[in-house]
Design a protein around this ligand. Sequence first.
Ligand code: C2E
Ligand code: CA
Ligand code: CA
Ligand code: CA
Length: 275
Amino acid sequence: AKASGTERICYYDETLDDAIRAQRRMIDEMRHAIANDEFELHYQAQVRLPDEEIDGYEALVRWRHPTRGLVAPNDFIPAAEQTGLIVRLGEWILRTACTEASRWANALPVAVNISPVQLADPHFVSKVKETLRTTGMDPSRLELEVTESCFIGDNPWANPALQELKSLGIAISMDDFGTGYSSLAMLNSFPFDKIKLDKSLIDQVHANPKAKSIVRAVMSLGDALDVPILAEGVEIVEQLDYLRAEGCSLVQGYYYGKPGRLTVADASAGEPSKS
Ligand code: C2E
Ligand code: CA
Ligand code: CA
Ligand code: CA
């Protein structure tokens, strides 16, 4: 049957309602999930070149959902950000990363992703300090990964907040460099401790001359600024070979290991594990 204009509007409104209802349901479920301990952190090794020693781990959150299985962050972080629930989830993530990492026998650093919504919270710095205090985590073993979206919009706190955290000994990394969310201007406005070159540029680096040139230019930018560059999403030896040849000092990706649960025993052996 042919729908009339009003029917079409009606249909559209219903799907919009459905989407809003689905998001509300998800948010209710997430609140419950935080209380119910359904989230867990998986850790992915960051590997130093040329020696291939593990330099630290990035914490990546997953939701062990009672019926849907292991849910990836891209499926729940956006809703958590839109509703502000990321502030509470982010506190859980930071506390858990600090608690778990402070038990690792290898005492390697842990990198935690911070949402722009968390950084816009005026209490963010005091919450981080409180977490360090209650977990006994050494601030020099903590690294926070931020993207450019942390600084744009009306967030006058971002820069001074990160400066203060840096003064405590916490390292601040620019995540997703080379995408729309992380630009050159950002590098000029904050003294980052590490630049994470986005996977989209690494994907093509073994095959595409343009990607090669861009990655080479970023490596010399890192040299000039004296900031280490970490290449994200390294999957195959050909990508690694190119990065090595260009003097890249840190890599992370499936080539060395997928994110996994890291037990105390694994950490003492210095090996990432899959679960
Ligand atoms: P991201 O911070 O850029 O994290 C890197 C993503 O690439 C992770 O996906 C990681 O599992 C994946 N990855 C690493 N190496 C490879 C590789 O060789 N090949 C491929 N195909 N993928 C690789 P994940 O864990 O699904 O996380 C996706 C995004 O969700 C993250 O991107 C980050 O933006 C967000 N996220 C994850 N955990 C957290 C968290 O604890 N807090 C916040 N605020 N955001 C998080
Ligand atoms: Ca990250
Ligand atoms: Ca990234
Ligand atoms: Ca990302």
